[in-house]
Design a protein around this ligand. Sequence first.
Ligand SMILES: Cc1cc2nc3c(=O)[nH]c(=O)nc-3n(C[C@H](O)[C@H](O)[C@H](O)COP(=O)(O)OP(=O)(O)OC[C@H]3O[C@@H](n4cnc5c(N)ncnc54)[C@H](O)[C@@H]3O)c2cc1C
Length: 462
Amino acid sequence: MEEYHVIVVGGGHAALSAALSARRAGRRVLVLERAPQHMRGGNSRHTRNVRCAHDRADPYLTGEYGEDEFLEDLRKVGGGQVNVDLARFAISESRTLPPWMTEHGATWQRALSGTLSLGRTNRFFLGGGKALLNAYYDTCRRLGVEVRYEAGVEDIVVEGRRAEAVVLRRGGSRELVRGKAVVVAAGGFEANLGWLKRYWGAAADNFVVRGTPYNDGTVLAALLEKGAAQVGDPKGFHAIAVDARAPKYDGGIATRLDSIPFGIVVNQAGARFSDEGEDLWPKRYASWGARVAAQPGQIAYSIFDAKAIGCFLPPLYKPFQADSIAALAALLQIDPGALVSTVDAYNRATAGNTAFRADALDGLCTRGLGLPKSNWARPIDRPPFCASPLRPGVTFTYMGVGVDETARLVDRHGRPFANLYAAGEIMSGNILASGYLAGFGMTIGGVFGRLAGREAATHAAH
Ligand SMILES: Cc1cc2nc3c(=O)[nH]c(=O)nc-3n(C[C@H](O)[C@H](O)[C@H](O)COP(=O)(O)OP(=O)(O)OC[C@H]3O[C@@H](n4cnc5c(N)ncnc54)[C@H](O)[C@@H]3O)c2cc1C
């Protein structure tokens, strides 16, 4: 049986940050990535940016973003029980992430404006997460980190809170690999619809998984079964509305739909169910996954007219189009009478609304509707009438394993495991038990990946 100093389970941002950090400390490092080489990099390869604290504008960020403001932003979105010390640590360490990432191959996109309005707080990777991960894999190769692909870890042999070996399946055979320390960075369980069904019932069959099919929570389940502390809301996930025609797995960012604030959203019965104009889109888009998940059949339709085209990012899939609302309803297999009556009522409630502004809360609200639309409420009256079908698109899950301030796994009584560390999505519930702050997933992966790699390397030296 081979022996490594540090074994890293997973092949995304958190895993490679750990591997690079352990390797820089002089250790013999093995990365076990379940995906084949062309699918490597987990959900990290779909990302575009990382949130980091900084004191001033630079070519990549449009202004200052201090640690206090960062923490305040986190407080506003977060819920549940979080470890505030770990959150503060993540935020303070985020300052040093960009230079560290640059040193290991990251290149950056100059600040641009766009629908997500993140130019001040988040740095964007040039070429997106895929380019970042490719650069990291290249750096791993140059520094001598060993990477095995199609190496799915099935279990970790733990005796007395010490990881003795990692059990992996490659092809048809099972292997044991030994390491002095193990870092788990195998993501959440968002790709495991069977597991999601425990909390969501049959509705989970209609969910779309935006990221890698490999994050099925096998390692998370094994660790929980071995007594690791459980953190984060088990039912909770980050989910947005994606086009219902998106692939079941791995559609990435391109399947998102941004038309919602510029029209109405109806369910299969042709009825509205939520305020489409509640707030600026960057603050609200992540709430639509759960809203659609709560509708019959987990399907909804974003309905808009010719006036809205050009107000949002063009969708990947062509919307259904018709010259009348009744004809559009027929295409969507919604009762035409029901949809016509919903649109008529909405149009009456928006009569006279003209001072429309796409880029700000314009205050154009409906009047007299039981369910209001608070902004951007213009009548849907100019053909062609369009509809995009929506499904809940799951980005990641919140439940994970508890860690201490050195990224060491802890058990249900708070006692640390001797040589077992966790980084990234699998432990993000320590800091974000629910809610989300754009770009913070990559911050957590980078900060705790580096920390876990460093700590595992120190442990392995003894
Ligand atoms: C479409 C999309 C866009 C996103 N955009 C952003 C963004 O711009 N900024 C941001 O901060 N966050 C973003 N996120 C969230 C972000 O992807 C995650 O927070 C982050 O990538 C988590 O990193 P990770 O390394 O923990 O997990 P991952 O990158 O998902 O890596 C997990 C790895 O573990 C491997 N693995 C799984 N099971 C096993 C096993 N049993 N054995 C061995 N290996 C295994 C997987 O193959 C994968 O390589 C986005 C997510 C999606 C889906």
